[in-house]
Design a protein around this ligand. Sequence first.
Ligand code: SF4
Length: 431
Amino acid sequence: MSLQALRGRELKPPLRSVRRQATPSSINQSSQVTSIAGAQSRPTLRFPVNPETRAFYRQFYPGTSSIEWNDWRWQMRTRIRGLDDLARIFALCADERSAVERHEGALPVGITPYYASLMGLDDPHEALRRTHIMTGGEYVRSVGEADDPLGEDHDTVVPGLVHRYPDRVLFLTTGTCSTYCRYCTRARVVGNPGGEYQFSVKQWEKALAYLEVHTEVRDVLLSGGDPLTIGDDKLDWLLTRLRAMKHIEFLRIGTKIPVVLPQRITKDFAKMLKKHHPLWMSIHVTHPAELTDEVTESTARLADAGIPLGSQTVLLKDINDDPKVMVPLMQGLLKRRVKPYYLYQCDPIRGSAHFRTNVEKGLEIISALRGHTTGYATPMFCIDAPGGGGKIQLAPDPVVGRDGDDLLLRNFEGKVYRYPDPGGSLGRTTG
Ligand code: SF4
């Protein structure tokens, strides 16, 4: 059955019959999942364009219509991919220029024109630019760094499927992202389709076969790469296959697309996702400069489709390691119906020292959020333990000590309060 025919049926469920019809033969077995291929939703003229972005695209993409600019496939095709593209738009410093010239292999340069429009074109220290244009720091190897610090390769059960915890798996669906973050935990595998990891429907089938028999798996996190770079039909097919497994209770998608390529969240796409509930989404955000009118629209479309939205943010030195940056970021997310979920200490991937802060910095930021704004705006601060230890949460310790039966606690203003806790031992010094 053709994908077109399959889509026609989906307009009128029953979903069960759609699931039955969604056979692997519907999809080209050999096709790489990189993906902007296949029939897609029509672009819409009604996607907002913020004023700074409009000025940017008139300057650097003259003659581009708003239909093209708002077409996510155009944004993908027109990504800034190398030195010539960068030099046309950015005033590159010598460090950036030589780092780009030296680069080869995975984690290439990749920036959507939309996301570039948010960056400082003349300032190499501007936050978003620092996260996406490589510098010489990437080539410095520091103590404790590794290519696979989280030990994901060790827990890979079939290519692209990481099964570390008993009841959940990480499904690396594609090696493609719309933009490549220089601090990426999966720098070893993303953006290099000819490299170690080949993502294809054939490979997906191996992962699906594993999941069919591993009925202890309740929860699948689709990540990559960015799963939302996959075309609507292919992603629909994959979600349908996963949802057809009765033991899989819900799905999650980890993505940066709603922030770096918000135009990808077409109304048709949101409608397609809505068929696969319960479906949750974690959106990777870095800085309040990302919270544009376009992102207000992309997150609204997802939230209106009933998808619970959470955020994940990597703590980055001189980029967002300041309460003056992080507080408005978290509050801005809440306004867009995105619950701040994780703040991560930057993983020690190779060449990441220039991005990493001390751990105290994360605790300082959590302290600046707690009590000073709603608890909904406070994410969990975590270190993903190197070697595969999983996420370990850190929080400022409010326990000051104990006075007899009273536990002494420090509040967000630094004042100490008593709580009657007869018989308790918390706060009691030993030895
Ligand atoms: S979007 Fe995610 S997977 Fe892609 S480069 Fe950035 S951090 Fe890595």
